[in-house]
Structure formats: C-alpha cells, structure tokens
Write a protein that binds this ligand. Structure first.
Ligand code: PNS
Length: 162
C-alpha cells in the first residue's frame, strides 16, 4: 500500500489515553509523517496545560518513527495546510461518535475547498469504551486508570488530583 505523505491526528488529548495510542500506532504505519496536533483551546480549562499535553505525547511517541507532535490553535484546516497535510485521522469508537465526526469532517472538507479529507480508523474493541473525560472522572475519585492510560501518564493524572 502506498503511504500517505503527511497526515494529522488532531485532538485535545486531555489526557492521552491508550485508545489514542492505538490510533497513533496504526495511523503511523500508514503515513510517512504523522503529525499529532494538540488543540490549544483557550476557552476550556483543561486538566493539563498545552505544554504538559505536548510533552506527554512527545514522551509517549519518542520511539515511533515518523511521529511528530505539535500544538495548534484556530482552525484545524489552517494547521493542516501549513503542515502540508491533506489527510486528517480520527478514531471512531461507536455510532455515538459518528454524527459529530461526520459533521466535522464535512465542515473541514468544505473549508479546505475539498483539499483535506478525513480518514476514520475504527478504534480497537478493547478501547471502545474509553474517553479522556471518563479517565478524568475515575482518577478524580481515586479509581484505577491503569487499563486506560500509560503508567507515566497515570502518575501525572493522579498528581493533579492530590
Ligand atoms: O479530542 P477532541 O476534543 O474530540 O478533538 C476535537 C478537535 C480538536 C478535532 C476539534 O475540536 C477541532 O478540530 N478543533 C479546531 C477548530 C476547528 O477547526 N473547527 C472547525 C471544525 S467544526
């Protein structure tokens, strides 16, 4: 299979989960460069700052060839164009993701005059239940998140709720 040149995997990654890691690994094998784009959403008050989220992703992907990490703000299509990417990667966990994801994908295609397409990867079954918000909630009540995130990420999450 011919590889995609540059693709972007965007998200909030607050925090990075094993579901995200699964998508990153699988997408990276399809692209020469996979750029993980961490949204710097100034209106939200995230658990992890943008610098912390970028650092976590850099650490988690340091041994993966062809994976780069960068923050972005503003429109995803502007970031994609500036990065030379024509493909956006998103994971689909369940039918409940579909409406929202389809709407974003179509909006991005229109905003980019048809130049940027979204490719969906079906999340591996073992991570289909996982979300960053449920990880935050479980950790905030002292629950076990070891099946949800990498060990070094779990430590940093628990430290936020100490
Ligand atoms: O991990 P998330 O929070 O589901 O990721 C959402 C993300 C970052 C893909 C989406 O919010 C986004 O692309 N935001 C940037 C703003 C933008 O381009 N909006 C236009 C599409 S509606």
């Amino acid at each position: 299979m011919e590889k995609i040149n540059v693709a972007i995997y965007p998200g909030s990654f607050d925090p990075l989960t094993l579901g995200h890691m699964d998508v990153i690994k699988r997408a990276a094998s399809m692209c020469s460069t996979l750029l993980v784009g961490v949204l710097n959403n100034k209106e939200k008050s995230p658990l992890f700052s943008i610098d912390e989220r970028v650092k976590i992703l850099e650490e988690a992907t340091k041994d993966m060839a062809g994976v780069r990490v960068s923050s972005f703000d503003g429109l995803l299509v502007h970031f994609a164009k500036a990065s030379g990417a024509h493909v956006i990667i998103r994971g689909l966990r369940a039918i409940t993701d579909f409406d929202y994801e389809l709407q974003i994908a179509q909006t991005n295609r229109i905003l980019s005059n048809g130049e940027i397409d979204t490719v969906f990867l079906a999340t591996s079954l073992e991570f289909a239940y996982l979300s960053s918000s449920s990880v935050r909630e479980i950790a905030s009540f002292g629950g076990d998140i070891s099946k949800c995130v990498l060990p070094f990420v779990a430590e940093q999450i628990y430290a936020k709720y100490e």
